[in-house]
Write a protein that binds this ligand. Structure first.
Ligand code: IPE
Ligand code: MG
Length: 227
């Protein structure tokens, strides 16, 4: 989700107004995603690099996250959507951590639809954390008896249990991946939209999915053995 700041700038508004509209759009996209039967929706809401922003902006983003969770809890319970997080959650303000735990616990029994918030997330940190967890978990094993493969290692990533993304969308005209799910998107399709996140509404979201569906169809057709 990129372009909140530029969206606000263009209208002569403070950046935080862009973030507020961004959150409103998140609510619409979560709803749309449910209607379309998407089982796993991951939102890159706060990157490990975002701490470098001015303190006022970081504080405002944390406030928005807290109120989003408070507000969205009812919707998640109503629509039976399970909340997950990826990223170094332990470094977020305590009040945000508490809200996250509460919503995660209350939605833990849902298994059909999943909303994953990437918070203080960066793929390189994730790999380092996974290596540390793997080393800690296997320190008493004989390394010659346990050949490490990707399937095993991926269980130590933050995304353990969550399937790899089929499609990764980035808004606002930036054609970069910015440390998002680097390992998990090894085979994903990418969709880059020039539209800033607050304006990337449900219709544009659906268009992106249709575009992906056509690529999938072509991929399958091309792979069909010729008669
Ligand atoms: C995305 O918008 C919001 C966050 C994920 C924090 P930006 O804040 O990056 O907006 P631009 O890139 O400055 O326009
Ligand atoms: Mg940005």
């Amino acid at each position: 989700m990129d372009g909140n700041g530029r969206w606000a700038n263009r209208l002569g508004l403070p950046r935080n107004e862009g973030h507020k509209m961004g959150v409103q759009n998140v609510e619409k996209i979560v709803e749309k995603s449910g209607q379309l039967g998407i089982r796993y929706l991951t939102l890159y809401a706060f990157s490990a690099e975002n701490w470098k922003r001015p303190k006022e902006e970081v504080d405002a983003l944390m406030d928005l996250l807290e109120s989003f969770l408070l507000q969205q809890k009812k919707q998640l319970l109503k629509n039976k959507i399970r909340l997950h997080t990826i990223g170094r959650i332990q470094e977020l303000p305590k009040r945000v951590q508490d809200r996250l735990s509460e919503v995660k616990e209350e939605t833990a029994s849902f298994c059909q639809s999943h909303l994953i918030l990437a918070l203080n997330y960066g793929a390189r940190n994730e790999v380092i954390d996974a290596v540390e967890r793997y080393v800690a978990a296997t320190k008493n094993n004989d390394p010659t008896e346990h050949k490490l493969d990707w399937n095993t290692f991926s269980n130590y990533l933050d995304t353990a249990g969550i399937p790899d993304p089929e499609l990764v969308i980035r808004t606002s005209g930036e054609h970069r991946v910015s440390n998002f799910l680097l390992m998990q998107s090894a085979y994903s399709e990418y969709f880059f939209s020039p539209v800033c996140w607050p304006d990337f509404g449900p219709e544009l979201f659906e268009e992106a999915l249709n575009n992906y569906r056509n690529r999938e169809r072509r991929f399958r057709e091309n792979r069909r053995p010729s008669s």
